[in-house]
Design a protein. Structure first.
Lengths: 256, 320
């Protein structure tokens, strides 16, 4: 009898200790895992999609929403500098600057709803989801106002189309299947990209997953870019020979 | 920086070093338009092309480095035709080129140092403003004066090349047979050095400074001045292209090639059109053009940029 009571107590304790059914899992993918930059490259659209499913071995056979999704697409990291021009001695020149180490070259946030409706400020801040938080993380301490320069850097990146937040950028096709689209502009920096998907339910983060994809120059463009870096002398000589030849040919063709 | 050009037309070409795509017709078109003017006035056209590219969104280092390649092409056909006609003083050109290449080393080093310090665009703007403003004003005054004299019916007597000035009193004199000059080598080397330095720093051939310098300072006769200057521009710009490729790896060969094709074709039409205009008229028009570019640079320096904040990539981040 006492043994039975102990067993029941233990079971109750175990039940209480297990968190409320965390049984959702995310299955997601990207339409292209490699974006090729060719001579006619003028940007590309990528579709990110996925489904929220019950965890394998979970007792229930279906998941219950409503779910909210935030996808963050991050590009290769670069060291970037933000500069401020001020008039000095009657002319405008760069005066103050702040360096941002390992700052993402591309940062787009797609969400299925208004970010403030999906979760609270505190969670958004903790996950560093907003573009502004990227500037805060990467700023190197300096005498200038880092906060201001960070905001302005994010504004410049947004104006150039490298940064962006698209609320309603993710659409649910059914109660569990979503898709979203991100556009890479033609001047997208080549390198490895990361698409990180966060799934929320009632404002709580329930599961997350990352997919990588690569943006690469291929063929002739790749050859030229590599040649410029690895054989700069030869590359420069070829440029000059090409220029002299073009000039000579022009003279011959037009009999100048 | 301007926003990326519209992507409506199909003929986009991806520039692998500039890392953006631009309209092929636009590139060949501005190459052709600048080539037309360069053929018309007998200058390289770098001083127009570099700013045009920067204003259309090409990163400044790529624009400066790639235009040097275009200037080589634009000046080669002219230099070759002068060479065949015997319009080049090879002896004089050798001194100019040697000192010019030395200047180009300095210019490319200064370019890299200023870029790191964040003051490259300031120096480029100031350089264009002062240089073009000064040369443009001189040219305009001279051209207007001779136009007015012609209108008044006074026969203009060209300044004779054997009229001396203080420069001819310097030591280390050398005889340049073809130019019929017996002058000190020091001003020759000095001019070469300056043109090499400014040309590689600002992405211009420097023909529009070199020709007046050779004419007014050294009294090089008109028969060889254009050819010699063109040869110097080809040599300096070729050296600069290689130095930029080595130093900053910012020469975009595709961008340069598009500009070259347009430039070489445009130059032929410009040269033909030039035959219908008188020398003074051409010089006055070129002066106005040079001044317009100077004013454009001065405007943004004095009035201030549209956006006081700017950004630049200074290196690759750590591995993701």
């Amino acid at each position: 009898m006492r043994a039975l009571a102990a067993l029941v107590l233990l079971a109750a304790a175990l039940l209480a200790a297990t968190p409320p059914a965390l049984a959702e899992k995310l299955v997601s993918t990207v339409s292209n895992d490699e974006v090729s930059i060719t001579s006619s490259f003028a940007g590309e659209k990528l579709t990110l999609f996925g489904n929220i499913e019950p965890e394998a071995g979970a007792p229930q056979r279906y998941v219950e929403g409503p779910f909210q999704v935030i996808i963050v697409v991050t590009g290769p990291l670069q060291d970037r500098i933000a500069r401020l021009k001020r008039p000095r001695f009657g002319i405008w020149m760069n005066t103050e600057q702040v360096v941002f180490d390992n700052f993402p070259s591309f940062y787009h946030v797609l969400a299925s709803d208004k970010l403030s409706d999906i979760t609270d400020e505190e969670t958004l801040g903790r996950l560093n989801l907003m573009p502004e938080s990227q500037a805060r993380i990467t700023a190197t301490p300096s005498t200038a106002d880092e906060e201001l320069f960070g905001r302005e850097l994010v504004r410049l990146m947004t104006e150039q189309g490298y940064f962006g937040v698209k609320e309603q950028g993710v659409v649910f096709r059914s109660s569990t299947f979503y898709s979203g689209q991100v556009s890479l502009p033609s001047d997208v920096p080549p390198g490895s990209y990361l698409a990180h998907t966060y799934v929320f339910k009632n404002g709580e983060l329930i599961t997350e997953r990352s997919e990588g994809f690569a943006v690469r120059k291929i063929g002739f463009e790749r050859f030229l870019a590599l040649a410029a870096q690895q054989q700069p002398l030869l590359y420069g000589l070829v440029c000059v020979i090409l220029a002299v030849f073009t000039g000579w040919l022009g003279g011959v063709v037009f009999k100048r | 920086m301007a926003s990326a050009p519209a992507r409506t037309t199909q003929l986009q070409i991806y520039l692998p070093i500039a890392e953006l795509s631009m309209n092929l017709f636009f590139l060949v078109g501005i190459g052709g338009a600048v080539g037309f003017l360069s053929g018309l006035f007998g200058v390289g056209g770098g001083f127009l092309l570099t700013p045009l590219l920067i204003f259309s969104g090409v990163p400044a280092p790529v624009a400066v480095a790639s235009v040097t390649g275009q200037v080589v092409a634009a000046s080669t056909s002219g230099a070759l035709s002068y060479y065949r006609r015997g319009g080049i003083d090879m002896h004089l050109a050798m001194y100019l080129v040697l000192s010019g290449v030395l200047g180009a080393f300095g210019g490319v080093a200064a370019f890299a140092a200023l870029r790191a310090a964040g003051q490259l665009d300031l120096v480029i703007s100031l350089g264009f403003l002062l240089l073009l403003g000064f040369v443009g004003t001189l040219m305009l005054v001279e051209a207007v004066r001779s136009l007015l004299k012609r209108r008044a019916g006074i026969v203009v007597r060209e300044k004779l090349p054997n009229q001396h000035n203080w420069i001819h009193g310097l030591p280390m004199r050398i005889r340049f047979k073809k130019s019929k000059l017996y002058i000190s080598v020091l001003p020759v080397l000095g001019i070469g050095l300056c043109i090499g330095f400014l040309g590689s720093l600002l992405g211009i051939g420097g023909g529009f400074i070199l020709v007046p310098a050779l004419v007014y300072l050294l009294r090089v006769p008109g028969t060889v001045v254009i050819g010699t200057s063109l040869l110097q521009v080809v040599a300096i710009m070729a050296a600069t292209t290689i130095l930029h490729a080595l130093q900053s790896q910012s020469v975009d060969i595709l961008l340069a090639f598009c500009l070259m094709v347009g430039g070489v074709v445009g130059a032929q039409f410009g040269a033909s059109a030039g035959k219908y205009l008188r020398g003074e008229q051409l010089r006055a028009m070129l002066a106005v053009l040079v001044l317009a570019v100077a004013i454009r640079f001065g405007y943004s320096l004095i009035v201030g940029p549209a956006d006081p904040f700017s950004m630049a990539v200074i290196g690759l981040g750590g591995v993701l």
